[in-house]
Design a protein around this ligand. Structure first.
Ligand code: MN
Ligand code: MN
Length: 313
């Protein structure tokens, strides 16, 4: 028998954006555990904005399992939050999400690394040199000496966890980076993305660095962070056609406010039409964008397609 460290992680009830929580339990198995071996666990929802003090028990239902290379004999157990009667907690949006394995999604997670209340590489007073050399930048004067170490360690943790990680790049603002996660089915894509975020946040603790997803941390002439989302359905991949794609984009145009409403707070500060974004009330499309979205999702971004032409969100 081996005692395994099982880190149950879940999203708390913080609004408008939930935060990650996690705690460890030890369980003995005579084989590496599978999802089916893992028990439902519980926690005190009064400390996570998920319950009142009197009846504060919430349940953690394991839904995805990831090997945890940062600890010996360890797994990360991504969990949904359930009410004591076994029904999904109101904060549990995963339970309500349709999960069609033929819907493929690729997320480009942009983020800042922060230290001492400012992006890595920003001086204590004022600003570093303007944007330009940092995107895919190379060299100490642009990249510093810690960020790439964190980014590379994170990549290895993700790969060891079996996360479908697709790539990394330094982003446009100083201290800003991106990682890319692909998944077949919205559950797999989102589970891998949240677990990758968890691994990054936990990794950053030892560097005294914070992983910041806020969409516009630095006002002025500095890019904000978004999460470009590439997607395709079976129909788009196998039938598609110009007419269909044009109709699809038209349909999106009618639901801009619905989309913005679930993209997190303060996006009006980021989606201004500047800094490689479209204005918050407009949808831009091009045949090149559609082509890129499809090709990229298939893991074949051809060099001929300028990858920085698509900046809708
Ligand atoms: Mn990208
Ligand atoms: Mn990007």
């Amino acid at each position: 028998m081996t005692k395994y460290k099982l880190e149950y992680i879940w999203l708390d009830g913080k609004t408008p954006i939930p935060e990650l929580r996690g705690k460890t339990t030890l369980r003995a198995f005579d084989h590496p555990p599978t999802l089916a071996d893992l028990p439902t666990w519980g926690f005190d929802g009064s400390s996570t904005m998920q319950a009142e003090g009197k009846t504060s028990d919430c349940l953690l239902k394991p839904v995805a399992l990831y090997p945890d290379a940062a600890r010996k004999d360890a797994y990360i157990v991504l969990s949904e939050v359930m009410l004591p009667d076994g029904s999904p907690h109101p904060s549990n949006t995963r339970a309500k999400t349709e999960n069609d394995p033929d819907f493929w999604a690729g997320f480009e997670q942009e983020y800042f690394l922060y230290k001492d209340g400012r992006p890595l590489g920003f001086p204590a007073e004022g600003y570093p040199g303007p944007q330009g050399p940092y995107y895919c930048g190379v060299g100490y004067k642009y990249m510093g000496n810690v960020a790439r170490q964190i980014v590379d360690e994170h990549l290895d943790l993700c790969l060891a966890a079996g996360i479908h990680h697709e790539g990394i790049n330094a982003e446009v603002a100083k201290g800003q980076w991106e990682f890319q996660i692909f998944g077949k089915g919205s559950a797999k894509a989102a589970d891998d993305t949240w677990t990758a975020r968890y691994l990054m946040m936990r990794l950053c603790e030892k560097y005294e660095v914070d992983f910041v997803l806020y969409c516009k941390p630095i006002k002025g002439d500095w890019n904000g962070s978004g999460m470009h989302t590439n997607f395709s359905t079976k129909y788009m991949r196998e039938v598609g056609g110009k007419e269909y794609f044009e109709a699809l984009m038209k349909a999106f145009e009618k639901t801009i406010p619905d989309h913005i409403a679930v993209y997190g707070p303060d996006n009006h500060l980021r989606l201004t039409g500047l800094h490689e974004t479209q204005a918050i009330d407009k949808l831009s499309t091009s045949s090149r964008m559609v082509t890129r979205a499809i090709w990229k999702i298939a893991g074949r971004t051809p060099k001929a397609i300028p990858t920085r032409s698509f900046r809708a969100f």
